[in-house]
Design a protein around this ligand. Sequence first.
Ligand code: MN
Length: 217
Amino acid sequence: MALEEYRKKRKFEETPEPAGRGRRRLRGQAASFVVQKHEATSLHYDFRLEIGGVLVSWAVPKGPSLDPSQKRLAMQTEDHPLEYAGFEGVIPEGHYGAGTVMVWDKGTYELEGDGAAAEQLAQGELKFKLNGEKLQGRFVLVRAGMRGASRGGKQWLLIKRRDESARQGWKPDRDDWSALTGRGLGEIAEGAPARRAAGRKPASAAAARSGRKSKVS
Ligand code: MN
């Protein structure tokens, strides 16, 4: 796991994305995860897990789901630096991934399954439990059989496992605010100020929405 591909694709003097200094997690600190909603050529969610000092990343076109019956295609992309978990903003036109990025969810995860995360990743089945603001509970990422192998092993499925946080019919666009700043995609694109400090939840998604309306009108 390395950041060469990440760095090769970007011009850091022209994009606000972090180059990444290879920040390391402090001993005893929980591993982090982040989901970024990315309004690029096509809207998708980037799901990232901290493994081996980087954010191992998958692009999930339909976004993660708390519904165990919804198996979500997840295409593995280049590893990102840990600093990327705090990136929210606009990647300029003409640059790789041009468009608006929202920190849709963030938190920590606990590894489940047998073996270290890097081993599970190599074996094509990674089990973990998320502790985010929107996503909670047990998930599995499974490399998608022969089809996955034929595309260089990049094709995976992100699946919610059955537990007390599973929600039938749940959709990611129900909670459409930033977990970092409380802003919507449109506000991020306009460079509007943060609605809240990082790490503090609004009373509810509905409250965040109505608050947004009253400020706009
Ligand atoms: Mn993306």
